[in-house]
Ligand binder design. Structure first.
Ligand SMILES: [Zn+2]
Length: 206
């Protein structure tokens, strides 16, 4: 498995080493440009196919990532059994129907059962699944199920609030509409008090 590079690292690499073998996505984007009525040889967009290829590789780099490696060494045994919540995690993903961005915030909470995940790993876990072609519902479920599976907490709750450019730009929805999805497991599903505490903490502005 190759190391996943950040977009800026990749563009540096291209400057140093312009002879890096062309990504097959580059040729596909050249064809795409022709099909929409552009001239891929036009100066302003000459490098666009290579840029799109790099950016698309980055935005879908989650396929190459392994959850266990991301969480590696960051699962701790603790006696703490109060709710852990990480809210307002920025999330950027691509809808699998239009390859257009959807983006917003993700809130993750769980009640531990002897084990916790290092707090900084939660946003990284969100990225692993967000950097793939997605539907918001599945993204929400994958984050919750993964936490459930990795630390077997008493419960997990995940909420994502996002705007979808495929809806907004094509005029399908009003500009300000936000799609909200949630997935609740264990105590978050069964216990009204736990669930409402989570919702209250999410709404509370810092
Ligand atoms: Zn879409």
């Amino acid at each position: 498995m190759s190391k996943v590079m950040r977009a800026d690292e990749l563009s540096k690499l291209e400057e140093i080493e312009p002879s890096v073998p062309a990504d097959p996505i580059t040729e596909a984007v050249r064809n795409l440009l022709r099909e929409v009525g552009e001239d891929p040889e036009r100066e302003g967009i000459l490098k666009t196919p290579a840029r799109v290829a790099r950016s698309l590789r980055f935005l879908t780099s989650g396929y190459q990532q392994d959850v266990d490696k991301v969480l590696n060494g960051a699962l701790y045994s603790v006696a703490y059994d109060e709710m852990v919540i990480v809210k307002d995690i920025e999330v950027f993903s691509l809808c699998e129907h239009h390859l257009l961005p959807f983006f917003g915030r993700c809130h993750v909470a769980y009640v531990p059962n002897g084990k916790v995940i290092g707090l900084s790993k939660i946003p990284r876990l969100v990225d692993v699944f967000a950097r793939r072609l997605q539907v918001q519902e599945r993204l929400t479920v994958q984050i919750a199920e993964t936490i459930m599976q990795k630390i077997k907490p008493q419960g997990v709750g995940v909420i994502i609030e996002a705007r979808h450019l495929c809806m907004i730009m094509r005029g399908v929805e009003k500009q300000n509409s936000i799609a909200v999805t949630s997935h609740m497991l264990g105590e978050f599903r069964e216990c009204e008090m736990t669930r409402s505490e989570f919702l209250r903490l999410v709404k509370e502005r810092s």
